[in-house]
Design a protein around this ligand. Structure first.
Ligand code: EPZ
Length: 420
């Protein structure tokens, strides 16, 4: 398994190109299953999760051709059952269920297990499918949704932690080909859900209220092919913004959208990190001493859980006490013990981590546990004195396109050690 070796202490400077959003492209690729006509998706990031999704679409019978950051898909003739192991390996692939149910009235995939950040049940997805008239059975590790007819209905998709992102995406994708009108209440408002809806509308779907908690879908008989450019990845952009702040550098985020990042930039401002737009993108730099801030993760437009770990890396560099509360996932503090290995002082109290910041960090070998935790370890390694080796970076490659190359372009002393 590859690892990253980081020699810390270099302020980052320069421009970094932000890639397409992982959490938009996965459901958008799944949505191509809704039509037998060709679809073209642009600004697709080169990630292992994307390659997984392409394998899953191919397994289902679709023709998938990648050409640089463009993927062309034609799902002329498809089957309704996903490969057990492929789907089980990547949680995000659960979003093939809605399109398969919508188009074939029949969808069978392996039940996604829990993951290191939480139990992550899919009860809300299934509740949505049942409200459209699907019969749901769970057997032999598979969840099977079948319907003679799909009929539009009103469904409330709010759960323990509020709205569900992929649950909203899945129900929306099943409802676009249902008979009649579906109204999703407590829908997720994330920009990635809006991007998916814009692609569905380009395919001929009738959807209103996207970006608000009430989405209305009027079913149509069929959808046609379409072209779409994926939105930039706000989580990747936030990760580079925080890396710039932690190293006391100045970085321009090329292609990032500030209108998707208000909650993140607001907290950065409170902590003494300024952001402003210029012709090339968003410029991020520290305006002097860092200040501690408290963070609570919430559904969009609140502070994203996918930036919680990276923000903790900034707070361990900040003199004073900050409290970081995780409200979306039950166990998303796997990075805490590894950050402590670098010298951080963090205590966990229930859903909160109390960070006593400002102590200098020293490099050490650390272990990545999940995608965003590994990003936090890289950021802390960039600030630590000496060498930090981040192991198991396959987690990083799932969600960050060429992170070591991009950081090196910003002046970081970082190299990928490929396991022979
Ligand atoms: C999406 O996951 C993202 N993944 C996650 O990003 C992100 O953390 C999450 O949304 C929240 O923003 C992709 O888009 C591929 P949820 P998703 O359903 O849709 C509970 C990353 O780092 N819930 O919005 O799976 C659930 O357990 C990843 O890029 C139910 O209880 O998340 C959680 O506590 C990690 N029942 C909360 O809702 C359900 O049926 C939010 O989960 C569904 C969810």
């Amino acid at each position: 398994m590859d690892s990253l070796l980081i020699k810390g202490g270099v302020p980052l400077h320069g421009e970094v190109q932000i890639s397409g959003a992982k959490n938009a492209v996965l459901p958008i690729l799944a949505a191509t299953l809704l039509t037998s006509e060709p679809c073209t998706i642009r600004r697709v990031p080169d990630l292992s999760d994307v390659r997984f999704m392409s394998q899953i679409l191919t397994w289902l019978g679709a023709e998938v051709r990648a050409d640089g950051d463009t993927i062309r898909v034609r799902a002329k003739k498809i089957k309704g059952e996903g490969d057990y192991d492929l789907v089980r390996k990547m949680r995000g692939s659960i979003c093939i269920m809605g399109p398969l149910l919508g188009r074939l009235r029949d969808a069978k995939v392996s039940l996604p297990g829990g993951c290191i950040i939480g139990a992550r049940p899919i009860n809300l997805h299934l509740k949505g499918f049942q409200s459209l008239g699907a019969k749901v059975t769970i057997e032999n590790g598979y969840v099977h949704c079948k319907a003679r007819r799909l009929t539009g209905a009103a469904v409330f998709l709010g759960g323990r932690a509020g709205s569900t992102v992929l649950g909203t995406a899945n129900v929306m994708m099943a409802a676009v080909l249902a008979e009649g009108v579906t109204v999703i209440e407590s829908a997720a408002c994330e920009p990635e859900v809006t991007d998916l809806a814009n692609f569905l509308i380009a395919m001929g779907a009738r959807i209103t209220g996207v970006g608000s908690p009430t989405i209305t879908i009027t079913g149509v008989k069929q959808l046609h092919g379409a072209e779409h450019e994926v939105i930039p990845d706000r989580i990747e952009a936030a990760t580079y913004a925080i890396a710039a702040a932690v190293t006391n550098g100045e970085v321009t985020l090329r292609g990032a959208r500030s209108d998707h990042m208000h909650a993140i930039f607001d907290k950065l401002k409170d902590s003494g990190v300024s952001t402003h737009c210029n012709g090339n993108g968003i410029v991020v730099k520290r305006g002097g001493r860092l200040k501690p801030v408290d963070i609570t993760t919430l559904p969009y437009s609140g502070f994203p859980t996918d930036v919680q770990a990276q923000m903790m890396a900034l707070m361990i560099m900040t003199p004073g006490i900050s409290i970081i509360t995780e409200r979306i996932f039950e166990s998303r503090f796997m990075h805490v013990s590894e950050l402590s290995r670098l010298g951080a002082d963090i205590e966990i109290e229930g859903p909160s981590a109390i960070v006593k910041g400002g102590k200098p960090l020293s490099g050490a070998p650390v272990m990545a546990s999940d995608l965003r935790a590994s990003a936090a370890l890289v950021i802390a390694g960039l600030a630590a004195k000496g060498n930090t080796q981040v192991n198991r970076i396959y987690h990083l490659d799932r969600g960050y396109e060429k992170i070591d190359v991009k950081l090196r372009q910003l002046g970081a002393r970082i190299e990928r050690i490929e396991e022979s």
